[in-house]
Ligand binder design. Structure first.
Ligand code: ADP
Ligand code: MG
Length: 476
C-alpha cells in the first residue's frame, strides 16, 4: 500500500485528535493541508507564520510522535507557509523545519533556510506576546469589578446576565452578551467586571478587553503590514473577548468583515463574546445586517438611567471608598440633580471634594449647587409649545400657519408631527392640550404623531437627523 501525503497526514490527524481538546484541534489542525510527501519528509501547509510558531511552541512533541508512528524515526516535517500578497510576492515560501531529534527551542532556532523573500517584518505585534510567553495581557482594569458595580433596577438584567456569563463563560445562552445604554451608564465598567471575574474564577482562560476603536486601528495596521491572517489568528485563540463600543464599527466595512469572521470562529468554538454599544441593535446604523443579526443571537441587555435610590447608593459607595463624609442633604441634592450620567455624578463628587479640601471649606449646599451647574449643562428650562412650533417651522423653512394648516402634504405633516412630538417631550401639557394648540387637532392625532416620530426615527436615517437637529436646537 503506497503512502500519500494525505493518507499519512490523515493518520497523524486521528492520533492528534485523540490527544488534544476538540477546540484546539479545530483551531490549529483543521486548517492545515498536507501538500507533499517525499522520502521521509511530510510537507504541510499552514496559513501563516504565526500558525507555524504556535504549532512549534505547543504541539511539536505531539506532531513528532504522530509522524514517527507513521513514517519512522527519520521522519521530517516541513512547513509551507502560505503567504498571499506579501510584499508583491505571490509565491508561497517554505521553511524547512526538521522536527525530530531536536528540542522545541532548537527547532525554532535552526529553521532551515526559507526560499526567498523572508522579511523580518513577518514578526508582528499580535504574535510576539502570544507566542513566546503565551500569556496575552487581558487589558482589564481591576478597579472595575462587580463589587463596586452597584445593583439597581436600571441595571439588574445586565448585571445578572454579566454575572451568569462570568460564572460560565461560553456556557450560557447569553452569547454574545450585548450591553447597551447611554453615555456614562456603566457599559465599560460592566464589561471589565465580567472579564475580571472570569480571570478570577478561571485564571487559565485567555480574556481580552479591547475597545472597538483600538481593534479597528490594529486591523488597519495589520492590513498595512500584510499580516491580516496573524491578526485574525490572534483573536481566534481568545476564550473571552470583550469589545467595547462596537457602534464605532459603523461604516467600517473591512473591520466589520474581519470581526464577523472572528466572531463566528469564537462562537462556533464555544468561546464567550461580550459587546457593548451606546445603541440598541435596531438603532445601529451602517453595520452590516449579517453582523447585526449575530449581535442578536445572545442577549441584549440595557443599562438604563439609574433611579434615585441607586444614585444615592452609588454616591455613598464612592464617598465611602474615598473615605469622605458628606452631609445627607448634599448627597440628596446631587442625586436629585444629576440623573442621567453616572460619570457626571462621580465627576461632581470629585470636584466637590477637591474644592472643599483645597479651599478648606466645608461642603455646603451652595458649593454643591455651583458645581452641579457646571456639570449639568442645560438644567432644563421649560420650553413653550409656541416656541417649539416656531423652532420646527423655522427648521423646515415654513411659517407657523403652514405648519398648523389642514394640508396633507407630506413634509408639512411631518413637521407638524415633530412639533407635537417635542411638545410632548418637553412640556407637561396633556395630549389634548398639545393638539388644540397645534392646529386644533385631537389627542388621538397627537398620540399617533408621537408614535410615528418614534417609528420613523428608528427606520429612517434622514428623519432621525431631523429629530436630532431639532432636539439640539430645543435644548440649547
Ligand atoms: P459607559 O461606558 O457606559 O460610558 P462607564 O462604564 O465608563 O460608562 O461608567 C462611568 C462611571 O460610572 C464609571 O466610573 C463607573 O465606575 C461608574 N458606574 C457606572 N455604573 C455604576 C454602578 N452601577 N455602580 C457604581 N459605579 C458605576
Ligand atoms: Mg464606555
Amino acid at each position: 500500500m503506497s503512502k500519500t501525503a494525505e493518507s499519512v497526514w490523515n493518520n497523524c490527524l486521528s492520533f492528534i485528535e485523540d490527544n488534544i481538546t476538540s477546540q484546539a484541534y479545530k483551531t490549529w489542525f483543521e486548517p492545515i493541508k498536507a501538500v507533499k510527501l517525499s522520502d521521509n519528509a511530510l510537507s504541510i501547509q499552514v496559513p501563516s507564520k504565526f500558525f507555524y510558531e504556535w504549532l512549534e511552541e505547543h504541539y511539536v512533541k505531539l506532531l513528532k510522535v504522530a509522524l514517527t508512528k507513521e513514517i519512522g524515526t527519520t521522519a521530517k516535517l516541513v512547513y509551507v507557509i502560505k503567504m498571499e500578497n506579501t510584499y508583491g510576492n505571490k509565491q508561497p515560501f517554505t521553511e524547512r523545519i526538521p522536527s525530530s531529534n531536536r528540542s522545541n527551542t532548537q527547532a525554532s532556532q535552526e529553521v532551515d533556510v526559507p526560499l526567498k523573500n523572508k522579511s523580518p517584518e513577518l514578526k508582528n505585534p499580535f504574535v510576539i506576546p502570544g507566542i513566546r510567553n503565551v500569556k496575552i495581557e487581558s487589558q482589564l482594569n481591576p478597579n472595575y469589578n462587580f463589587d463596586n458595580f452597584l445593583e439597581g433596577e436600571s441595571n439588574r438584567l445586565a448585571r445578572s446576565a454579566g454575572l451568569a456569563v462570568a460564572n460560565k463563560p461560553g456556557g450560557t445562552s447569553f452569547n454574545p452578551l450585548l450591553i447597551f445604554g447611554g453615555v456614562g451608564l456603566g457599559k465599560t465598567h460592566l464589561g471589565h467586571a465580567i472579564g475580571v471575574e472570569i480571570k478570577d474564577k478561571y485564571p487559565e482562560k485567555t480574556v481580552l478587553y479591547i475597545s472597538a476603536e483600538k481593534f479597528t486601528q490594529q486591523y488597519i495596521e495589520s492590513v498595512k503590514k500584510n499580516n491580516r491572517n496573524d491578526f485574525i489568528h490572534f483573536y481566534q485563540i481568545i476564550d473571552v473577548l470583550i469589545v467595547d463600543d462596537i457602534q464605532l464599527l459603523s461604516g467600517k466595512a473591512g473591520t466589520q468583515d474581519v470581526f464577523f469572521h472572528i466572531f463566528n470562529h469564537l462562537h462556533q468554538n464555544g468561546k464567550q463574546v461580550i459587546l457593548t454599544s451606546d445603541k440598541a441593535p435596531v438603532d445601529m446604523i451602517d453595520i452590516e445586517q449579517r453582523l447585526l443579526s449575530r449581535f442578536k443571537w445572545g442577549l441584549s441587555a440595557e443599562l438604563n438611567h439609574p433611579d434615585y435610590d441607586t444614585r444615592v447608593a452609588i454616591i455613598k459607595n464612592k464617598l465611602y471608598r474615598d473615605g469622605v463624609e458628606m452631609p445627607e442633604d448634599i448627597v440628596e441634592f446631587l442625586a436629585n440633580n444629576i440623573k442621567t450620567n453616572i460619570r457626571e455624578l462621580e465627576g461632581a463628587i470629585i470636584s466637590l471634594i477637591a474644592h472643599s479640601s483645597f479651599n478648606k471649606r466645608e461642603i455646603t449646599i451652595e458649593l454643591a449647587k455651583k458645581i452641579v451647574d457646571n456639570y449639568v449643562k442645560h438644567t432644563k428650562r421649560e420650553v413653550s409649545i409656541d416656541y417649539i412650533q416656531k423652532v420646527v417651522s423655522d427648521y423646515f423653512q415654513m411659517d407657523v400657519d403652514t405648519l398648523q394648516s389642514k394640508t396633507r402634504k407630506r413634509h408639512i405633516v411631518q413637521a407638524r408631527q415633530l412639533a407635537m412630538f417635542f411638545a410632548k417631550k418637553f412640556t407637561k401639557a396633556s395630549l389634548a392640550s398639545i393638539g388644540s394648540q397645534i392646529g386644533q387637532r385631537d389627542h388621538a392625532t397627537v398620540l399617533h404623531a408621537c408614535k410615528t416620530v418614534d417609528n420613523l426615527s428608528t427606520t429612517d436615517k434622514q428623519f432621525r437627523k431631523y429629530v436630532e437637529d431639532l432636539n439640539k436646537k430645543l435644548t440649547l
